[in-house]
Design a protein around this ligand. Structure first.
Ligand code: ADP
Length: 795
């Protein structure tokens, strides 16, 4: 290199986006007019040309200032004219050179140059530098993948340090500016160091790139995986006939809507909700809420109705078929149906069946539905204290549901069922609103054609529904409701009626339910009577039915396990089936006792007998009452006590008894709260018996209010009380004279077996109740009228 001329002129070819180092051989396509001319000029001389890069690659006609001043003197090895007019040349870089001066710039650039030979001072560190550069280059190759490993092999063979730097640099994808910097560094050691810098830098950049690309790849893989899984799920759902998630669901709902005959408003609402649902993601909770609402709207019997059977004879036949006795209620039900039949619309009062449990209230309502050919729904109102239970919760509530009325209608599946509202007297009221007023709207024919449930939001027509209600006692029905209802009392059954019901209704029903054929179970009359008397004590027949069911169950088991053809049940073996008797019947087992008297009470479970006990212990005159008594009953006890004190001398009781004794009045079997004044004479009798120590006749039971002066005042519920006394095996009933007229209401079979003794004063009560008269009455104050009273009530 040293023997070349240092300064000379030659044509210049500006390069765009490209740089040539000494000892590099490469093709160039030359198209610019000035460049072609420069080439021509070189070819006519010594084929040498200076290749310098432009600082801006896209500049068509670069100025002197736009061309780097240092370039490479190169030799043109070949020239080829391409069809498009450009010339392809093969050039070989020879030596760095610097432009000293531009000689000509018109046709092409001719420059005066100075060659720049390598500056290399012998230096032991150069070798080390070369090795480091090579290792760094190797890393670079590994990372970049743009350079082949063969290049590395070729590069490793280069011994001249300057050339090594040039060649490596030519393989790097660098900006022209950086490449030019290497070109301009004539000092070899400095060049190697600069290259090392560049390599380090590049490697860092590449590593960063790799990291980023890996992360991107991972992310891509994850999304792809999810996408793939989701597609798979869709495919599975499709296989299962589920269509594609919500899309299928929505389609199905639309089809259901098309089939359901909804009123216009409801139809529109469902349509709107389906649209909303469609936009929800398949898993969203709100979607579930909307879906639930749509299902309710679609399921309600907006316009579904059953055809009424208005044949009264048929209705009568069904009522008789299902129920024994109950003549009055049946009659009343038929009248009611006849009126409805004429009016053609359920208007007017709502039927309310009032009576103790198990007397057939539910069962009558069911028969009405059967007679009319309507659906039957029963909803119990017992314990309902929240308006929302009647009218539903707003949809904004979590887990909101329609109220019981709408729920009942959905169950019925028609909009004109017989709808039994059970235990309407057991509703409560508290801060959550008044269920009774909501119910009022339900039962009011003026309002119920547009009944609105909070959940459903759209008005539902209840005017075709036939509501029937039941209650144990009319007292507890809220007044406004009571005004809308027609009460139909069912008092309870006599023993005779119970026997008939058991024989003809309960037994056949239970036999068939337990798979027993006719004749397989033989129940003797006596045994049936014992079940009624000693295993049950109730106004209705609910427990009786349970006892019979248990007989059937045990018989069925016996027949199967012992392979019998039939089972006979009589007085003797009854215990084996039902266990020991639960109640006492009749007073035969009871002795005449001091201070213990049978009273008669009326409760919601029908009439009941109630035993009052009085005990006297030495003390200071306290009057204690125990056994779940109401206030009225306590006052009544006070009255009895005052009366006794005022009569003490006459009755032969020490005048100061109340100062030296404590008196304890107790009413056992206190599970059912008792109240009312009708135990007045009973308490007085018990008190006097205890004080005089004269026993009370075990056959007598009594009912009547007492005044301070000993008069006996009338009471209510005589019929129920008589039935209860009869059930308990009592023979004689003392009743207020003013209640004598009620005796005719008592069923004949019961009347026949009881003796009724009307009384108007305590004196008469004591006469009949105490087994002997107090000694002071050896000379009676008033004449006896025993026989006369009894005669009056004998049929
Ligand atoms: P309630 O609703 O008054 O509590 P249910 O209607 O549930 O009473 O009656 C209890 C059971 O007694 C039912 O199986 C019913 O069929 C039966 N029952 C009640 N009264 C009669 C009757 N008069 N004739 C036939 N079965 C009756």
């Amino acid at each position: 290199m040293g023997n070349r001329t240092k300064v000379r002129t030659m044509p210049l070819l500006p390069l765009r986006g490209l740089l040539v180092y000494p000892s590099m051989v490469l093709h160039l396509d030359v198209g610019r007019e000035k460049s072609v001319k420069a080439l021509d000029k070189a070819m006519v001389e010594d084929s040498l040309i200076l290749l310098c890069s432009q600082s801006e690659a896209n500049m068509e006609e670069p100025d002197q200032d736009d061309i780097y001043r240092i370039g490479t003197v190169s030799k043109v090895r070949q020239m080829l004219k391409l069809p498009n007019g450009t010339i392809r040349v093969l050039v070989e870089g020879i030596i760095r050179a610097e432009i000293l001066e531009y000689k000509d710039t018109a046709e092409y650039y001719e420059v005066e140059i100075k060659e720049l030979p390598e500056q290399l001072v012998p230096d032991p560190e150069i070798d080390a530098l070369m090795r480091t550069v090579l290792t760094q280059f190797e890393h670079y190759i590994n990372l970049s993948k743009k350079v082949t490993p063969e290049t590395l092999a070729a590069v490793s063979d280069i011994e001249e340090p300057g050339r090594l730097a040039d060649v490596i640099c030519s393989h790097l994808s660098l900006k022209i500016k950086d490449k030019q910097e290497i070109l301009e560094t004539v000092n070899v050691r400095a060049r190697l160091e600069k290259l090392l810098d560049i390599l380090n830098n590049e490697r860092e950049v590449l590593e960063l790139e790799r990291k980023i690309s890996q992360r991107v790849k991972k992310q891509m893989e994850k999304t792809q995986k999810e996408y793939y899984l989701r597609e798979q799920m869709k495919a599975i759902q499709k296989e299962l006939g589920d269509k594609e998630g919500r899309a299928g669901e929505v389609e199905e709902l639309r089809a259901q809507l098309a089939e359901a005959e909804l009123p216009e408003k409801a139809h529109e609402r469902v349509l709107k909700e389906i649209d909303r649902l469609e936009k929800m993601p398949a898993t969203s909770a709100e979607g579930g809420v909307i879906r639930n609402y749509i299902d309710w709207l679609l399921a309600l019997p907006w316009s579904k109705q059953s055809e009424d059977d208005l044949d009264l004879d048929h209705a009568e036949q069904i009522l008789h078929e299902d129920h024994f006795a109950l003549e009055k209620p049946k009659e009343r039900v038929l009248e009611y149906l006849a009126v409805q039949n004429l009016v053609k619309k359920m208007k007017g009062p709502i039927l309310c069946l009032v009576g103790p449990p198990g007397v057939g209230k539910t069962s009558i309502a069911r028969s009405i539905s059967r007679a009319l050919g309507r659906q039957f729904v029963r909803v119990s109102l017992g314990g309902v204290r929240d308006e929302a239970e009647i009218r539903g919760h707003r949809r904004t509530y979590v887990g909101a549901m329609p109220g019981r009325i709408i729920q009942g209608l959905k169950t019925a599946g028609s909009n004109n069922p017989v709808f039994l509202l059970d235990e309407i007297d057991k509703m409560a009221m508290d801060f959550r609103g008044d269920p009774a007023s909501a119910l009022l709207e339900v039962l009011d024919p003026e309002q119920n054609s547009t009944f609105s449930d909070h959940y459903i939001e759209l008005p539902f027509d209840l005017s075709n529904v036939m509501f029937v209600t039941t209650a144990n006692s009319a007292h507890n029905i809220p007044r406004p409701l009571l005004d809308r209802m027609e009460l139909l009392y069912i008092p309870g059954y006599t023993e005779l009626e119970k026997r008939e019901i058991a024989r003809h209704y309960l037994l056949p029903k239970q036999e068939s339910e337990h798979g027993l054929k006719e004749g397989q179970l033989e129940l003797e009359d006596e045994a049936l009577a014992t079940i009624i008397r000693r295993y049950t004590r109730e106004a209705g027949v609910r427990n009786l039915e349970q006892q019979i069911a248990s007989l059937c169950r045990k018989s069925a088991k016996k027949i199967v396990s012992e392979q019998l053809t039939k089972v006979e049940i009589n007085q003797e073996n009854l215990k084996d089936f039902l266990g020991p008797a639960k109640f006492r019947y009749g007073m035969a087992e009871v002795e005449d006792q001091i201070g213990t008297v049978s009273g008669l009470a009326w409760t919601e479970a029908g009439g009941d007998t109630l035993v009052i006990e009085v005990s006297i212990v030495p003390g200071s005159g306290k009057l204690t009452l125990t056994g779940k008594l109401g206030d009225v009953m306590k006052e009544s006890a006070q009255a009895a006590f005052s009366y006794t004190r005022s009569k003490a001398r006459e009755l032969g009781i020490a005048a100061d008894f109340h100062e030296k004794n404590d008196i304890h009045i107790h009413i056992p079997e206190g599970a059912i709260p008792k109240d009312g004044p009708s135990a007045g004479i009973t308490m007085a009798t018990a008190l006097i018996s205890a004080l005089t120590e004269i026993p009370v006749s075990r056959e007598v039971a009594m009912t009547g209010e007492i005044t301070l002066r000993g008069r006996v005042l009338p009471i209510g519920g005589l019929k129920e009380k008589s039935l209860a006394a009869h059930r308990a095996g009592i023979k004689k009933i003392l009743l207020p004279k003013d209640n004598e007229k009620d005796i005719q209401d008592i069923p004949e079979s019961v009347r026949d077996e009881l003796t009724f003794i009307p009384v108007s004063h305590m004196d008469q009560v004591l006469e009949h109740a105490l087994v002997e008269q107090p000694f002071s009455r050896q000379e009676p104050v008033a004449p006896h009228h025993d026989e006369q009273w009894e005669e009056q009530v004998q049929p």
